[in-house]
Design a protein around this ligand. Structure first.
Ligand SMILES: C[S@@+](CC[C@H](N)C(=O)[O-])C[C@H]1O[C@@H](n2cnc3c(N)ncnc32)[C@H](O)[C@@H]1O
Length: 229
């Protein structure tokens, strides 16, 4: 069975390549999952990540890779046709700075892929609650891991600019979460914060809602922000 992420990534790849960019920078390249989907299809493909180990691995795989953060990109104005964020916006410490930096470095515009939940559906609301619970623990452990950004929050840093156009699609492939696996993951996560009683209670409530309403895999938002010319 294919992971829902494979489908979201495939649709994103097509969206990124639709305008035939010659040069692409990915901000927050991680282990290269996005870079691999477009490798060989542009003249210049670069990845930036704050994690030195990620950067070293990307270089070993043959990618142009640079250590740095989204909020201060070490590139010239308009150096890349497009700048990509793939599952990275909710990891940045300052999305406003990150998107404005990407706009500076992009000649044509920005492509974004990130997690999205359909809050109009009960089984998505329970999964969103679970996602927030996981991230509460991650933050307690010192990670930068924010709640997923809504379409409005993603656009907010540039919404008043007269020189952009944008469009986005919210996608969701209906697929149920395995409750036994979810319970197991949750317990493992809880152990990392010494089974904190408030977090344990919150987890029980989320699982009870999940047994009642179901839980489903996350959806994805795919967004394009273009510079008008
Ligand atoms: C969920 S991973 C996404 C990896 C990859 N883009 C993909 O599509 O699978 C998030 C990445 O964002 C990076 N990251 C975290 N904070 C960042 C920041 N402030 N600027 C740039 N990247 C950041 C992390 O190191 C991590 O590699």
């Amino acid at each position: 069975m294919t992971d829902v992420y494979d489908d979201y990534r495939d649709e994103f790849r097509k969206r990124v390549l639709a305008g035939r960019p010659r040069t692409i920078l990915e901000v927050g390249a991680g282990d290269g999952a996005f870079l691999r989907t477009v490798a060989g299809q542009v003249d210049r493909l670069a990845g930036l990540d704050p994690d030195a180990m990620n950067v070293a691995n990307l270089k070993m795989e043959g990618f142009e890779a640079v250590e740095g953060v989204a909020e201060r990109l070490p590139f010239a104005d308009g150096e890349f046709d497009i700048v990509v964020f793939s599952f990275t916006p909710h990891h940045t410490s300052d999305w406003n700075a990150a998107l404005n930096e990407a706009m500076r470095v992009a000649r044509n515009g920005i492509e974004i892929l990130d997690v999205w939940y359909d809050e109009s559906i009960a089984d998505q609301r329970t999964t969103l609650a679970l996602d927030r619970w996981y991230k509460t623990i991650d933050r307690r452990l010192g990670l930068v891991h924010h709640d997923c950004l809504t379409p409005g929050a993603l656009l907010q840093p540039v919404i008043a600019r007269p020189d952009i156009t944008f469009d986005y699609a919210c996608r969701r492939i209906a697929s149920s979460l395995d409750m036994a696996e979810t319970l197991e993951h949750g317990r493992t996560k809880l152990a990392k914060v010494d089974n904190d009683p408030a977090l344990a209670r919150a987890f029980e409530e989320i699982m009870a809602a999940g047994r009642r309403d179901g839980m489903s895999d996350e959806g994805a938002i795919l967004m394009t922000i273009e510079k008008r010319r």
